[in-house]
Design a protein around this ligand. Sequence first.
Ligand SMILES: C[S@@+](CC[C@H](N)C(=O)[O-])C[C@H]1O[C@@H](n2cnc3c(N)ncnc32)[C@H](O)[C@@H]1O
Length: 219
Amino acid sequence: MLEKYSTFAPFYDLLSGEYPVYRAGRVVGIEALGLSAGDQVLDVGCGTGLNFPHLEQRVGAAGTIVGIDKSADMLRQARRRADKHGWTNVILLQADAATPAPEEIAARIEAQEGRLRSDAAIATYALSLIPDWPQAWKNMQTLCRDRAAQTVVDMQEPVGTAAVFTPLARFACWLGGADISAHPWSGVEQDCAEVTAASARGGHLQIRTGRTKAGTPPS
Ligand SMILES: C[S@@+](CC[C@H](N)C(=O)[O-])C[C@H]1O[C@@H](n2cnc3c(N)ncnc32)[C@H](O)[C@@H]1O
């Protein structure tokens, strides 16, 4: 699966269906985070950085975006995006988001940023690609401070009249290596407080936002 992202990294933005479909989910998800200027926000499975313009707009130059991705080629595109816009507050780490040792990621963030725990975290269309997404979700929480905002945006089969688009949605997920039945937003529903739910594109895009409970990391 990662080879796929390596090969197609330079074309990801063009091929990802961003404007007709997937942008809608990230816009709703990022708005729900309620970011403030100066926040540190973690972008798990950040890919080429399609979330970055929306995040930058909110955290500003005083804030920090920490992007984590397993693919060096996707991160290269993310760095190009940051450089093109002059965003000097973007830290990119090549790491497995589902590592059982998130303290190593934390140490790398601290080494570059001096601050260990993020104020917020988001994963857009990334957890459903990770077989052990519950571990990646647990790590997202571990890397954040207590009561940090957490958003998961991911995909399921469309519902209602939009169910006619199910073959298309399945094809898009298969193409991207995502498990359309993973439903990783259930982590937010189970573990967070103040959970809000939204959906877009006929239910294909599911957005959940909540706050980590005091005393994270979870057991
Ligand atoms: C469909 S892309 C989504 C990228 C971005 N979040 C977006 O909204 O456009 C999924 C990304 O997850 C990354 N990924 C897959 N498995 C991963 C893992 N175990 N740890 C970190 N990143 C991973 C891939 O390299 C890819 O960049």
